[in-house]
Design a protein around this ligand. Structure first.
Ligand code: ATP
Length: 198
Protein backbone atom coordinates (compact mmCIF):
# COMPACT_ATOMS: atom_id res chain seq x y z
CA UNK A 1 0.00 0.00 0.00
CA UNK A 2 1.41 3.38 -1.02
CA UNK A 3 1.77 5.64 2.03
CA UNK A 4 1.84 9.43 1.78
CA UNK A 5 2.81 11.54 4.80
CA UNK A 6 1.22 15.00 4.97
CA UNK A 7 2.62 17.70 7.20
CA UNK A 8 2.95 21.45 7.54
CA UNK A 9 3.73 23.91 10.29
CA UNK A 10 1.10 25.25 12.65
CA UNK A 11 -1.85 26.74 10.76
CA UNK A 12 -0.55 25.71 7.33
CA UNK A 13 -3.81 23.89 6.57
CA UNK A 14 -2.56 20.30 6.60
CA UNK A 15 -5.80 19.11 8.20
CA UNK A 16 -7.86 20.99 5.62
CA UNK A 17 -5.78 19.45 2.80
CA UNK A 18 -6.12 15.99 4.37
CA UNK A 19 -9.92 16.41 4.49
CA UNK A 20 -9.88 17.19 0.75
CA UNK A 21 -8.07 13.91 0.09
CA UNK A 22 -10.67 12.19 2.27
CA UNK A 23 -13.39 13.67 0.05
CA UNK A 24 -11.64 11.90 -2.84
CA UNK A 25 -12.07 8.61 -0.96
CA UNK A 26 -8.54 8.35 0.40
CA UNK A 27 -8.28 7.01 3.97
CA UNK A 28 -6.44 9.41 6.29
CA UNK A 29 -4.76 8.52 9.58
CA UNK A 30 -4.52 11.53 11.91
CA UNK A 31 -1.36 11.01 13.99
CA UNK A 32 -2.25 13.62 16.62
CA UNK A 33 -5.62 11.98 17.26
CA UNK A 34 -3.94 8.55 17.35
CA UNK A 35 -1.36 9.86 19.84
CA UNK A 36 -4.09 11.05 22.23
CA UNK A 37 -5.84 7.71 21.89
CA UNK A 38 -2.63 5.71 22.42
CA UNK A 39 -1.97 7.59 25.68
CA UNK A 40 -4.94 5.77 27.24
CA UNK A 41 -5.05 2.53 25.21
CA UNK A 42 -1.47 1.44 24.42
CA UNK A 43 -0.25 -0.61 27.39
CA UNK A 44 3.44 -0.22 26.50
CA UNK A 45 3.08 3.56 26.25
CA UNK A 46 1.08 3.84 29.48
CA UNK A 47 3.70 1.83 31.37
CA UNK A 48 6.48 3.98 29.85
CA UNK A 49 4.77 7.24 30.80
CA UNK A 50 4.19 6.08 34.37
CA UNK A 51 7.82 5.02 34.66
CA UNK A 52 9.10 8.31 33.23
CA UNK A 53 6.71 10.72 34.96
CA UNK A 54 5.34 8.70 37.92
CA UNK A 55 1.92 7.10 38.45
CA UNK A 56 0.48 10.57 38.90
CA UNK A 57 0.51 10.87 35.10
CA UNK A 58 -2.80 8.97 35.17
CA UNK A 59 -5.94 9.60 37.18
CA UNK A 60 -7.53 6.79 39.20
CA UNK A 61 -10.09 6.18 36.39
CA UNK A 62 -7.29 5.60 33.87
CA UNK A 63 -7.63 8.97 32.12
CA UNK A 64 -4.46 10.89 31.37
CA UNK A 65 -3.67 13.56 33.96
CA UNK A 66 -3.23 16.24 31.30
CA UNK A 67 -2.61 19.07 33.77
CA UNK A 68 0.18 17.13 35.48
CA UNK A 69 1.87 16.17 32.19
CA UNK A 70 1.45 19.66 30.71
CA UNK A 71 3.11 21.19 33.79
CA UNK A 72 6.10 18.91 33.36
CA UNK A 73 6.66 19.27 29.62
CA UNK A 74 5.45 22.81 28.92
CA UNK A 75 8.64 24.72 29.64
CA UNK A 76 11.08 21.84 29.59
CA UNK A 77 12.18 20.71 26.14
CA UNK A 78 14.11 17.72 27.52
CA UNK A 79 10.95 16.38 29.20
CA UNK A 80 8.92 17.06 26.06
CA UNK A 81 11.48 15.12 24.01
CA UNK A 82 11.19 12.29 26.55
CA UNK A 83 7.41 12.21 26.19
CA UNK A 84 7.67 12.31 22.39
CA UNK A 85 10.19 9.47 22.40
CA UNK A 86 7.59 7.36 24.21
CA UNK A 87 4.62 8.50 22.12
CA UNK A 88 6.05 8.27 18.60
CA UNK A 89 6.65 4.48 18.59
CA UNK A 90 3.08 3.97 19.86
CA UNK A 91 1.74 6.05 16.98
CA UNK A 92 3.92 4.07 14.53
CA UNK A 93 2.36 0.86 15.88
CA UNK A 94 -1.15 2.31 15.58
CA UNK A 95 -0.46 3.42 12.00
CA UNK A 96 0.85 -0.02 10.99
CA UNK A 97 -2.24 -1.69 12.48
CA UNK A 98 -4.52 0.83 10.73
CA UNK A 99 -2.81 0.30 7.35
CA UNK A 100 -3.09 -3.47 7.74
CA UNK A 101 -6.86 -3.08 8.08
CA UNK A 102 -7.26 -1.10 4.83
CA UNK A 103 -7.99 -3.31 1.85
CA UNK A 104 -9.54 -1.32 -0.95
CA UNK A 105 -7.77 2.03 -1.26
CA UNK A 106 -5.22 3.01 -3.93
CA UNK A 107 -3.11 4.76 -1.31
CA UNK A 108 -3.36 6.03 2.25
CA UNK A 109 -2.35 9.25 4.00
CA UNK A 110 -0.77 9.85 7.37
CA UNK A 111 -1.33 13.40 8.59
CA UNK A 112 1.26 14.28 11.21
CA UNK A 113 2.34 17.67 12.56
CA UNK A 114 5.74 16.21 13.42
CA UNK A 115 6.19 14.00 10.34
CA UNK A 116 9.80 15.10 9.87
CA UNK A 117 10.70 15.77 13.51
CA UNK A 118 9.53 12.28 14.54
CA UNK A 119 11.29 10.71 11.52
CA UNK A 120 7.99 9.01 10.62
CA UNK A 121 8.34 10.34 7.06
CA UNK A 122 10.88 7.54 6.60
CA UNK A 123 8.05 5.06 7.04
CA UNK A 124 6.04 6.72 4.26
CA UNK A 125 6.78 6.33 0.54
CA UNK A 126 6.43 10.06 -0.15
CA UNK A 127 5.95 13.21 1.87
CA UNK A 128 3.80 16.23 1.12
CA UNK A 129 4.37 19.59 2.80
CA UNK A 130 1.59 22.18 3.06
CA UNK A 131 3.01 25.69 3.24
CA UNK A 132 1.74 29.18 3.98
CA UNK A 133 3.49 32.37 5.09
CA UNK A 134 3.94 32.70 8.87
CA UNK A 135 1.86 35.89 8.95
CA UNK A 136 -1.08 34.09 7.40
CA UNK A 137 -0.67 31.04 9.65
CA UNK A 138 -0.65 33.25 12.75
CA UNK A 139 -3.84 34.99 11.59
CA UNK A 140 -5.57 31.61 11.02
CA UNK A 141 -4.58 30.04 14.33
CA UNK A 142 -5.27 33.09 16.52
CA UNK A 143 -8.74 33.13 14.96
CA UNK A 144 -9.29 29.35 15.15
CA UNK A 145 -8.01 28.76 18.70
CA UNK A 146 -8.52 32.19 20.29
CA UNK A 147 -4.86 32.33 21.36
CA UNK A 148 -2.26 35.09 21.09
CA UNK A 149 0.33 35.63 18.40
CA UNK A 150 3.04 34.87 21.00
CA UNK A 151 1.44 31.50 21.80
CA UNK A 152 1.39 30.60 18.09
CA UNK A 153 5.03 31.67 17.77
CA UNK A 154 5.98 29.56 20.81
CA UNK A 155 4.42 26.49 19.17
CA UNK A 156 6.05 27.32 15.85
CA UNK A 157 9.44 27.47 17.60
CA UNK A 158 9.06 23.84 18.70
CA UNK A 159 8.79 22.63 15.08
CA UNK A 160 11.41 22.45 12.32
CA UNK A 161 11.30 25.60 10.21
CA UNK A 162 9.27 25.53 7.03
CA UNK A 163 12.51 26.05 5.07
CA UNK A 164 14.05 22.95 6.58
CA UNK A 165 10.93 20.94 5.75
CA UNK A 166 11.00 22.22 2.15
CA UNK A 167 14.38 20.53 1.82
CA UNK A 168 13.06 17.23 3.14
CA UNK A 169 9.73 16.97 1.33
CA UNK A 170 8.91 15.24 -1.96
CA UNK A 171 5.81 17.30 -2.80
CA UNK A 172 4.49 20.73 -1.89
CA UNK A 173 1.10 22.39 -1.67
CA UNK A 174 1.03 26.17 -1.31
CA UNK A 175 -2.00 26.98 0.81
CA UNK A 176 -1.79 30.75 0.50
CA UNK A 177 -3.29 33.49 -1.58
CA UNK A 178 -1.10 32.71 -4.60
CA UNK A 179 -2.50 29.37 -5.78
CA UNK A 180 -5.88 27.66 -5.70
CA UNK A 181 -5.92 24.75 -3.28
CA UNK A 182 -8.28 22.25 -4.93
CA UNK A 183 -6.46 22.01 -8.31
CA UNK A 184 -3.22 21.32 -6.45
CA UNK A 185 -4.90 18.51 -4.48
CA UNK A 186 -6.45 17.02 -7.64
CA UNK A 187 -3.08 17.12 -9.44
CA UNK A 188 -1.32 15.34 -6.61
CA UNK A 189 -4.16 12.81 -6.31
CA UNK A 190 -3.59 11.87 -9.98
CA UNK A 191 0.14 11.66 -9.34
CA UNK A 192 -0.35 9.39 -6.31
CA UNK A 193 -2.79 7.16 -8.24
CA UNK A 194 -0.07 6.71 -10.89
CA UNK A 195 2.58 5.99 -8.28
CA UNK A 196 0.26 3.46 -6.63
CA UNK A 197 0.06 1.38 -9.83
CA UNK A 198 3.84 1.10 -10.24
P1 ATP B 1 -2.48 22.85 13.31
O1 ATP B 1 -1.10 22.35 13.11
O2 ATP B 1 -2.53 24.03 14.18
O3 ATP B 1 -3.45 21.78 13.71
P2 ATP B 1 -3.23 22.73 10.49
O4 ATP B 1 -1.99 22.82 9.68
O5 ATP B 1 -3.86 21.39 10.64
O6 ATP B 1 -2.99 23.42 11.89
P3 ATP B 1 -5.82 23.64 9.68
O7 ATP B 1 -6.46 23.36 11.00
O8 ATP B 1 -6.15 22.79 8.52
O9 ATP B 1 -4.24 23.75 9.85
O10 ATP B 1 -6.07 25.16 9.27
C1 ATP B 1 -5.85 26.20 10.24
C2 ATP B 1 -7.03 27.16 10.22
O11 ATP B 1 -6.94 27.94 9.04
C3 ATP B 1 -8.39 26.46 10.18
O12 ATP B 1 -9.31 27.21 10.90
C4 ATP B 1 -8.73 26.45 8.68
O13 ATP B 1 -10.11 26.44 8.48
C5 ATP B 1 -8.08 27.75 8.21
N1 ATP B 1 -7.58 27.70 6.84
C6 ATP B 1 -6.84 26.73 6.29
N2 ATP B 1 -6.54 27.01 5.00
C7 ATP B 1 -7.10 28.21 4.75
C8 ATP B 1 -7.16 29.06 3.60
N3 ATP B 1 -6.58 28.74 2.45
N4 ATP B 1 -7.83 30.23 3.71
C9 ATP B 1 -8.42 30.58 4.87
N5 ATP B 1 -8.42 29.84 5.99
C10 ATP B 1 -7.77 28.66 5.94
Amino acid sequence: MLKIGITGNIGSGKTMVSKLFELLGIPVFYADVAAKDAMVTDAVLIAGVKEAFSNEAYLPDGALNRKYIANIVFNDDAQLARLNALTHPAVFRAFDAWVAGIKDAPYVIKEAALLFESTSYKMCDYSLLVTAPLKERIARVTKRDGITREQVEAREAKQFTEDKKRQLTDYLIANDETELLIPQVLNLHQKFLQLATR
